[in-house]
Design a protein around this ligand. Structure first.
Ligand code: NOJ
Length: 773
């Protein structure tokens, strides 16, 4: 009897698969859910329904189970019990997804097990952290965000998807869109910076880039908005630490990029390791069910973070593995990454009535839906084409794209004495710093599939400008020993033996270019710092070099804002070059020599000292913002440091200069119910070379029922200007930009005065105002 049922089921499934395979390409296209569509595709739903109707409870739970692959690790070591069961579970159809399996050969091998050996042959969705490129590395996301160029950011995600999909991957755990105001947190390198408006635009661009218009193409992959939510607000910037934030901060600062990602059609979300106001995000029903699935109507699925279901026990929230599984499933976490608790306990929990079977159906439905949208049922091996893998990964076109992105990501922080651009001839240049000759570090963190030492170094980039004399000296190592994604990085705090040679080289040069900062693995997951200075002996090296030759261009390589106050006071030119990926050295050289005019703007505030952190431009005024009487202490300040940042959010210079004038308000509709305010401003290029400028628009609602920040970004536009040229930039403010969430999570626009600021940085603007009735 049992055998006959099986045969019947298998036949039914084959029927379904055949039906799916027989669809013409055109129908196939129709089936794909457009990246921006919220609509449920009825044909896909019908297929999911029929599949669900023949799945056992264990098979449905199996879809909710995700295992790590066989060698790459992006979290604590998997437990032995998982390794022991992995193959058995794959064969039983008790695995819905694997992560960290990459390359056509290996993806095909695991896919083959489930497709050929499991009862229903449901394909796996293969996830990987494609954070800033797959093998051809783009700049780290924080750097890309400094471009403020949404087209370029989208293109970069497109290239990443192209390469990852050619390596068998169909799902990236990106974009990370955690707003963070704390540079101590190592994961700021993965995000879009501190601002919810800019962060939302970036979220949208990245999702569109990864997913494209048609998810069923074999060149696009599903994106994942992470980490939902609040992960970027870890106390003291220590990764995984407690998050305790107000409702207002949650809704006005943290959630907007996630909402934007959802609206851009992101197909998956990842929850987070942190607790949020006493409840772990993974077991947080308010976040996952009430906000994301109900209010926002998200119909994709939520994956837990690595082991985050089991970590609810350690948090002190779940008593044991079984109750952690119960809490996470009931709260809306659809897929268990590396806790193995769903596969171990959910069936029992359903039988005991502790988790409704309808919730299991809902989770499995969401996961199957995305697999259908990806076209995996049509062809489980659609991302497994060896020829494409060889042709696409590392192609010339991909390198050109990441080079373009890298140039756009560079921010000129300071350029006194017009030291930059460097002259192309007859200059004696000393290039100093271990990072200048480093081909690994520029690849940044989160570059698991990249080959080591494949970035173009600054030395290699600069060597292409042959008409100058270029002499290199290391000066000092930044780190000691091997560095890797999983192990702690050891910093050189003692060895200064190469200082002497570096000073000799510097003394004989017209200009010194010194590359200092953090190595690629000093930021990223688990890489929080309590100091934000130049690590190790680098600050000392800089001072020593300065003594022999003050004509210094400091090039920073780093994954977070640094407090380089001494450098700002002494060094004439400073270029923020982050970790720029595979083409790093070429991009930096082109900017140094003026073949590319920098236009990047900071997406995160640079503090003067770590004691100012958290520091951000959209702070609130307090009741004592300015010094009331010069000799009294009763105002909000530090005794030993200014309140202002070293470099403000939005700051970034060019080799030309821009001027803002004629800021005008044209009120189209001043009613709070449907405000339409047009803001126009003239931007002029005052210099003698063409340049691009990111014109920024900020508002302030000076009196509100809940206090509003002193400035909030509400628009920006990139303008290209020839020497002497003026362009008028237009912005529209409406109810989506003039309102805010009150403390009851209600979006409101209030009547009264609004101030408007336009300029090239949050701390350098011209002002006007208008009123809403
Ligand atoms: C843990 C990280 O927090 C998450 O961002 C990542 O996607 C997973 N590990 C998988 O590598």
């Amino acid at each position: 009897m049992k055998k006959r049922i099986n045969i019947f089921i298998v036949t039914a499934v084959i029927g379904l698969l055949v039906l799916a395979c027989n669809l013409s390409t055109e129908t196939h296209k129709e089936l794909a859910i457009g990246a921006t569509s919220d609509d449920i595709n009825t044909e896909i739903e019908a297929k999911v329904d029929s599949l669900l109707s023949i799945m056992t409870l264990e098979e449905k739970i199996g879809q909710m189970n995700q295992y790590n692959g066989f060698w790459d690790l992006t979290g604590p070591k998997p437990a032995d019990r998982a390794a022991a069961k992995k193959y058995e579970h794959l064969r039983k159809g008790w695995v819905g997804s694997m992560l960290n399996v990459r390359g056509v050969k290996d993806v095909r091998a695991v896919q083959k097990i489930v497709v050929e050996e499991s009862r229903l042959g449901i394909p796996l969705i293969i996830g990987f952290d494609v954070i800033h490129g797959y093998k051809t590395m783009s700049p780290i996301p924080l750097a890309e965000s400094a471009s403020w160029d949404m087209e370029a950011i989208q293109k970069s995600a497109e290239v990443a998807a192209l390469e990852a999909s050619a390596a068998g991957i169909n799902w990236t755990f990106a974009p990370m869109i955690d707003i963070s105001r704390d540079a101590r947190w190592g994961r700021v390198m993965e995000g879009g910076g501190e601002d919810p408006y800019l962060g939302s635009k970036i979220a949208e661009a990245r999702v569109k880039g990864f997913q494209g218009q048609d998810l069923s193409k074999s060149t696009t992959i599903a994106a994942c908005a992470k980490h939902f939510a609040g992960y970027g607000s870890a106390e003291a910037g220590r990764d995984y630490n407690t998050v305790d934030i107000s409702t207002s901060t949650l809704h006005n600062i943290v959630l907007p990029p996630f909402k934007a990602a959802k609206e851009a059609g992101v197909r998956t979300f990842m929850n987070s390791f942190n607790e949020l106001n006493g409840v772990p995000a993974t077991g947080n029903k308010m976040l996952q069910r009430d906000i994301l699935k109900d209010d926002w109507n998200f119909n994709g699925f939520i994956v837990s973070d690595w082991g985050s279901i089991a970590e609810m026990i350690v948090h002190g929230y779940a008593k044991n593995g079984k109750s952690a599984a119960e809490m996470a499933a009931n709260a809306g976490s659809d897929m268990d990454m590396e806790s193995y608790l769903y596969v171990e306990h959910l069936a029992t929990l359903v039988k005991e009535g502790k988790v409704e079977e309808s919730l299991i159906d809902d989770a499995a439905r969401r996961i199957l839906r995305v697999k259908y949208e990806l076209g995996l049922f049509n062809d489980p091996y659609k991302y497994c084409n060896e020829d494409r893998e060889k042709e696409v990964i590392g192609s010339k076109a991909n390198h050109e794209a990441v080079l373009d992105m890298a140039k756009k990501s560079i921010v000129l922080l300071k350029n006194d004495k017009k030291l930059l651009p460097l002259k192309k001839e007859r200059q004696r240049i000393a290039l100093i710093g271990a990072l200048a000759n480093d081909k690994n570090s520029p690849l940044g963190s989160w570059r698991i599939a990249a080959d080591d030492n494949t970035a173009v170094s600054v030395l290699e980039g600069m060597q292409q400008y042959k008409e100058n004399t270029l002499v290199y000296a290391k000066g000092a190592d930044v780190s000691v020993g091997e560095t890797s994604f999983v192990n702690e990085t050891k910093i050189n705090t003692t060895d200064k033996s190469d200082f002497t040679e570096a000073k000799r080289v510097a003394k004989n040069a017209d200009v010194v270019v010194i590359v200092l900062g953090e190595i690629g693995f000093q930021s990223g997951e688990g890489r929080s710092r309590t100091e934000l200075d130049l690590p190790g002996v680098q600050q000392e090296l800089l001072k020593e070099i300065y003594k022999v030759n003050p004509n210094i261009v400091l090039v920073l390589n780093n994954g977070r804002p640094l407090a380089i106050t001494w450098a700002d006071e002494h060094i004439p030119a400073i270029l923020e070059a982050w970790h720029l990926g595979s083409q790093s050295g070429n991009a930096i050289a082109q900017v140094l020599y003026g073949d590319y005019n920098p236009s990047g703007k900071l997406p995160m505030t640079f503090p003067r000292s770590v004691g100012q952190v958290p520091i951000y431009y959209n702070y609130k005024n307090t009741g004592r913002p300015i010094e009331p009487q010069p000799d009294l202490v009763f105002w909000s300040h530090y005794s030993d440091q200014k309140n202002t940042p070293l470099y403000a959010f939005g700051h970034g210079l060019s080799y030309t200069t821009f001027n803002y004038k004629n800021l005008k308000i044209e009120t189209i509709n001043s009613s709070v119910s449907n405000p339409q305010i047009k803001v126009v401003v003239d931007v002029t290029n005052l210099g003698d070379r063409e340049g691009k400028e990111v014109a920024q628009l900020y508002i302030r609602d000076p009196f509100a029922s809940t206090i509003r920040p002193v400035k909030e970004l509400k628009g920006f536009e990139m303008v290209s200007l020839e020497p002497g040229e003026t362009k008028t930039v237009n912005f529209i403010l409406d109810k989506t930009t003039l309102g805010f969430y009150d403390n009851n999570n209600k979006w409101i626009v209030e009547p009264g005065e609004f101030r408007v600021f336009a300029g090239g940085s949050s701390d350098n603007t011209i002002q006007s105002n208008f009123e809403l009735q």
